[in-house]
Design a protein around this ligand. Structure first.
Ligand code: HEM
Ligand code: HEM
Ligand SMILES: Nc1nc2c(c(=O)[nH]1)N[C@H]1C(S)=C(S)[C@@H](COP(=O)(O)O)O[C@H]1N2
Ligand SMILES: [Mo]
Length: 335
């Protein structure tokens, strides 16, 4: 295979890996499984192209151009990304030092972006008209076929070898602490720390579509509904629990023409949810029959079935119904 075409193939695969990986992070319902599988196949495609790239690398290293060590650093990061991806899939949930394998995977993947951009600018592989040929299509098909086989072989090894990763969810996450909330990790997105909140003085402010406000205390929140739902953290674990609390529908009052629900934490952390979720949302005060622990959101946290963990706002102090569309926010939290 021509070097230029190999490099173009790598460029496409790298871009697709970053894209599908990011989308996989948003997956909360089984239909998203396709994206997660596609992500694995794209990663395998990089591995499938590596014998051809190895020849390019040898030639490039002999030329000894300035910046070649930056290319080597890029290679190290891509290898680390693939290895942590496969390790996570196989069941190696925690890498060490409090860092999950999935966190390391995403960290290494994001670090490839600046080096990758530099590499492509410094060592371009221009696209030619003749690249749009039957031959290229056949070769691309062959690489995809190899990638599929590689991915299938890895998945078969995980299943047949009975590795810990065999029971992972459609998001790739591993089960941890189902029906035993005390075994569930206490997880913050980036910067939050667990606040100590006094249940007697805590209050919840609810603003409806007309702007009228109500303030509730913990004694006003009847655990009237039980919902069995799965929290699935992008850190790579999930747990299914019986959550009890107040249906958010019963709390918010008049929704009028509102489009979203802003749920704000005592810590300032917040997510905006589409109003169509209203009937499934629960403001939980209890889990598995006991009040929430401080780490898991005492006195009240959002339960958002079908959504990834970062939507499950802990230590809720405010719920606001308003006309802003839910997507007017960063796709992932920033704090
Ligand atoms: C998985 C992603 C990639 C990795 C890990 C990687 C790594 C490397 C390494 C280690 C070298 C040898 C050192 C050097 O010449 O700087 C190299 C050379 C090179 N790379 Fe990449 N590369 C990747 C993707 C790409 C892409 C996307 C392009 C272009 C679109 C590209 C174009 C080149 C070129 C033209 C050379 C020089 C070959 C020569 O001098 O004969 N590479 N790459
Ligand atoms: C350079 C970019 C990336 C590469 C080469 C890459 C590669 C891989 C590979 C090879 C796997 C193992 C798949 C399997 O064996 O099933 C994997 C898994 C995974 N990656 Fe990535 N990845 C990249 C970026 C990302 C990003 C940016 C994210 C999220 C923001 C992400 C999220 C995931 C997830 C959730 C899994 C688990 C899937 C499963 O267990 O089946 N990846 N990745
Ligand atoms: N206030 C607040 N709520 C939050 C977060 C946070 O950082 N701050 N992290 C979210 C993320 S990423 C996850 S996975 C879940 C984790 O819930 P747990 O700690 O009860 O397991 O809480 C969510 N709610
Ligand atoms: Mo999370």
């Amino acid at each position: 295979m021509a070097a230029r075409r190999t490099n173009l193939g790598l460029l496409i695969l790298l871009a697709l890996a970053l894209l599908t990986g990011t989308v996989a992070f948003g997956v909360g319902v089984p239909a998203g499984r396709a994206v997660v599988i596609a992500h694995g196949v794209v990663g395998a495609g990089l591995v499938a192209l590596s014998p051809w790239k190895a020849a390019i690398v040898r030639r490039g290293m002999r030329r000894a151009r300035p910046g070649r060590w930056a290319s080597v650093a890029l290679a190290a990061l891509v290898v680390a990304t693939v290895l942590t991806g496969v390790a996570h899939a196989a069941g190696w949930r925690v890498l060490g030092g409090g860092v999950t394998t999935m966190q390391a995977h995403v960290g290494a993947a994001l670090a490839t972006i600046p080096l990758g951009v530099w590499h492509v600018v410094a060592r371009p592989a221009p696209v030619r008209r003749t690249d749009l040929s039957r031959r290229t299509a056949l070769r691309a098909g062959r690489v995809l076929g190899m990638a599929g086989l590689l991915w299938g072989a890895a998945e078969a090894a995980i299943q047949l070898g009975s590795l810990a990763g065999r029971d992972r969810r459609f998001t790739g996450s591993h089960e941890l602490g189902t029906d035993r909330p005390a075994r569930m990790p206490v997880t913050q997105w980036f910067t939050d720390t667990v606040p100590q909140i006094d249940g007697d003085t805590w209050s919840l402010t609810i603003t409806d579509a007309n702007g009228s406000r109500r303030v509730l205390g913990l004694q006003n929140l009847e655990p009237a509904q039980r919902t069995r739902a799965t929290i699935d953290c992008t850190g790579g674990w999930f747990a299914t629990q019986d959550w009890e609390g107040a249906p958010v529908r019963d709390l918010v009052g008049d929704v009028g023409d509102a489009r979203s629900l802003l749920v704000v934490s005592h810590t300032g952390y917040a997510r905006r949810l589409p109003l169509r979720d209203l009937d499934t949302l629960l403001l939980a005060t209890h889990v598995a029959g006991s009040p929430l622990s401080p780490g898991h959101g005492f006195p009240a946290r959002l339960v958002a079935p079908g959504r990834r963990g970062f939507w499950w706002v802990k230590w809720v102090t405010e719920i606001r119904t308003d006309p802003t569309p839910w997507w007017v926010q960063p796709p992932f939290p920033l704090t």
